[in-house]
Write a protein that binds this ligand. Structure first.
Ligand code: MG
Length: 375
């Protein structure tokens, strides 16, 4: 392994390894093994029925957390290959980054966080790490998926100082203010590029965003003009696709070129240099960054806070908080594996088990379970 990789890429030969020792894989690399374990995880399959922005039942063509994760991975891998970084590691991080997401998108996460206020809170990013480290239980010899350090480092994108202290090796960089490897940084940026673009598509499809509104965004408008000039008679649906594919192209190319520039300038020669670099080496050039952030803010204003979404948010709040109270009143309402674990713990431990159970639910399972609660 490691052939063709840039010297600052993650290389399994110099990895900080797995939490539990295992024999090396025979016909694949260590990070490929991580990717495969993630794809086989129960939490990964559940992403299919979890909200990205639009609730799963609102329409079959909207992104779910699963298709979002696949788009993140596709963007991340393109950039990783172009920069001679570790592609399977980038892919593994991208596919795992949202494993800890609750049902009902950010509304679900915010509600669960409020329910957990007195017990350390709930944060989906930290939960993704908890899923791969502890909650997936399918291997005979260890809890979780026993992933490589660099994969876990990439999954934990951000973390409070308080949480970092309890996380051991993977929390240390937040205390020492170090950066993660380039693959983790690529996965993080690929996430933002993916949702900025697919949410334009989904928002337009839903009739919540109009062409006129979108044209106020320079990133969109530049491509709108280019496509219009070349194909003046294109119908709206194809026009939007053509604009979005070009927007992704512009931003991803900029990401690759700007990151290559920063890597050269910083003179990094190893992943340890990358970690100690003092700033992120992966990023967009100032002009494109400004347009990318502007589009992100626009989506916040016009899509994520749109009236129809607010209605969904209220429903999600009711479902998640009712479930949390119901299980707090009586842990035996949960399946035996959760109920038994909760019964042996103090109040905070019980709350955490309840949060784990609720966070794992898909949208439709949460709705069904809520409907079946006694009055
Ligand atoms: Mg994401």
């Amino acid at each position: 392994m490691g052939e063709g990789l840039a010297p600052y890429a993650a290389d399994e030969a110099y990895s900080r390894g797995r939490r539990y020792d295992e024999a090396p894989p025979m016909h694949r690399g260590e990070y490929q093994r991580d990717r495969d374990r993630i794809i086989h995880a129960t939490a990964f399959r559940r992403l299919m029925y979890k909200t990205q922005v639009f609730v799963n039942h609102e329409g079959d063509l909207y992104r779910t957390r699963l298709t979002h994760s696949l788009e993140v991975s596709q963007i991340g891998r393109s950039a990783a290959v172009a920069l001679r970084l570790n592609e399977p590691l980038t892919e593994a991080i991208c596919l795992a980054h949202d494993l800890g997401h609750t049902p009902f998108g950010h509304a679900g996460q915010d509600t669960l966080n409020a329910c957990m206020r007195d017990y350390g809170g709930f944060e989906h990013n930290l939960q993704s790490l908890r899923v791969v480290d502890e909650l997936e239980s399918k291997y005979a010899e260890f809890p979780g998926l026993n992933l490589m350090f660099e994969t876990r480092e990439g999954i934990l994108k951000h973390c409070s100082q308080r949480n970092a202290r309890s996380l051991g090796d993977v929390g240390r960089r937040f205390l020492e203010r170090k950066q993660p490897g380039l693959e983790a940084q690529i996965a993080d940026t690929a996430d933002a590029i993916a949702y900025n673009n697919h949410d334009v598509d989904d928002g337009f499809r839903a009739g919540l965003l109009s062409l006129e509104q979108l044209r106020e965004q320079p990133l969109f408008d530049a491509q709108y003009r280019a496509v219009q000039a070349k194909y003046p008679a294109l119908e709206d649906r194809r026009l939007i696709y053509e604009i979005i594919r070009r927007m992704i192209g512009v931003v991803v190319n900029d990401l690759i070129e700007e990151t290559a520039r920063r890597i050269r300038r910083a003179g990094v020669a190893s992943i340890e240099d990358v970690r100690a670099a003092g700033e992120r080496l992966v990023g967009l050039s100032p002009g494109v960054e400004e347009q990318h952030v502007s589009l992100k803010r626009f989506l916040h204003r016009h899509l994520y806070r749109h009236e129809q979404k607010l209605e969904m948010t209220r429903t999600a709040q009711t479902i998640v908080s009712d479930l949390f109270s119901a299980y707090t009143d009586d842990v035996s309402r949960m399946p035996a594996e959760f109920a038994d674990a909760a019964a042996e713990l103090d109040e905070a431990g019980r709350a955490r088990v309840i949060a784990d159970y609720i966070a794992g639910m898909t949208d439709r399972f949460a709705m069904r379970t809520h409907a079946a609660l006694p009055d």
